[in-house]
Structure formats: C-alpha cells, structure tokens
Design a protein around this ligand. Sequence first.
Ligand SMILES: C[S@@+](CC[C@H](N)C(=O)[O-])C[C@H]1O[C@@H](n2cnc3c(N)ncnc32)[C@H](O)[C@@H]1O
Length: 246
Amino acid sequence: MIHKSINVLREQIFAPNRSPFELEQSAKIESLRERLTRQPHVFEMQDFGAGAPNDTRTWEQMKRGVRVQRDIRDLVLNSCRNVESGLWLMRIVGYLRPNFCVELGTCVGLSAAFIGSALDVNGSGVLHTIEADPTLKGMAETNVGAIGVHSVLFHLGTFEAVLPSVLANSLVEFGFVDGHHTGRAMIRNTELILSRAAGTALVVLDDIMYSTSTEDAWRTLCKIPEVKGSFVMGALGVLAFGAWAD
Ligand SMILES: C[S@@+](CC[C@H](N)C(=O)[O-])C[C@H]1O[C@@H](n2cnc3c(N)ncnc32)[C@H](O)[C@@H]1O
C-alpha cells in the first residue's frame, strides 16, 4: 500500500501561491458568496444544531430541532467556510484523490462547491452532503449547479437519520464535519464516519474551539488509536486515519 504523507499534505495545504484552477474556481465561488449576501432572505427553519456557543439546548431539544428564523445573508457571513478554508479543503481533496466523501452540514453549499470543484478536476469521486433543512438543501443544489460543479450529491435529513444509510455501502476517504457543534455530536458523528473509513482517510472538523465541550471532544478524537496524526488549521482540526506516513 502506498502511504500518504501528513507532512507532504501540510506543505501542499499551506503552499503560498494559488494555481490557475484554484484562482478561477475560488473567484466563481466568491462571486456566488457575494451575490448571496446582497439578497436578504429571511426564512423559518428547524435548527438541529447547537445554536450559539452560550446556548443551553438540551440533547432532546436538538434531536427534535428548534424553530428559528434565519437570514441567508447572516448564514453566509457567519456560518459558511471562508475562501481560505475552502482552498484548504480543495487542496486536501486534490492530494487525497478520494472516491467517497461525506460532508455534515451543507447550508447553502459553499464548502460543497470547494470540495466538489476539487473532485471535478480529479476526474473521480463524489461528495455526499447532508442538510436537515429543505430550504437550504434546495438553495445549495441551485448554487452548486450554477457554478458548474458536478461531483456533489445532496441528502435531506438529520445526520442521525441519514448518515448511517449514506455510509452503508461505501468506505469513506474524506469527511468534513461542519454542523451540530457540541462535543457529544462531534464524537458520535466522527466515530461513525471512522467506523466506515477506508485504509487511508482524513476527517476535517470545523469549529473545534467552539466551546469547552468541542475542545474536549477534539482532544478525545486525537487519542483514538487508529488516528495516525492530527493538526489544526485555523478553526479546523484534521484527523489522519489509517495508513499515513509522517
Ligand atoms: C456551519 S453550517 C455548514 C456550512 C457549510 N459547510 C459551508 O461551509 O458552506 C451547518 C449546517 O448544518 C446543518 N445542521 C446542523 N445540525 C444538523 C443536524 N443535526 N442534522 C442535519 N443538519 C444539521 C445546519 O442546518 C446548517 O445548515
């Protein structure tokens, strides 16, 4: 088995210059982002996440979801990965060349657009992205399609309900966990993905420093014996699982 190297991956992630493809694709995604922030659109949704870091939602409330009003503009400005982390995700996918990828938390599809762009240029691989809210899922499908990205499949439902069936017949090589920011959910969802991990896999977790519970969860996940290495890039934590060289 050819071992992927964590050090080589890190060098590629943090390379100073953007390739022509990265420049072209990030310009398209950033112009989509800009367009979305110019169209205030308030809608009601069932929120299955943790809310703000100081919210005190119980596990039962999160399971049922909480009815909230959201503005797309706020979501785009405050909940979606920025261009820097989008490029990091693209470079990871470019290096790993995964066949099966899963994303928890589609929102309006910006991170899916970065990941899907890298899969398109690889010429293989699919991203399965999961979102509980139908309005957001619909917008994400439109947005990702509008910028000509093909390698993304959209799933509607909570992670708890949908993730097991998405993972049932495949081995995951790349996972991006960017929704339900509580330590308990982070551990449950990441462990589920790792239980279906291919020989060499990588899971990126967003907002690992969101709260003390997510910080604790990040430290717990780093100690899983099959995790060969871990590192932090901005607010994201990266777990390398299986056959990795240093
Ligand atoms: C931080 S946003 C995702 C941002 C997106 N990855 C990006 O960077 O463009 C988190 C999304 O996860 C969804 N979400 C949160 N908890 C969920 C759950 N338990 N099941 C399904 N979706 C959930 C929310 O509705 C929200 O759209």
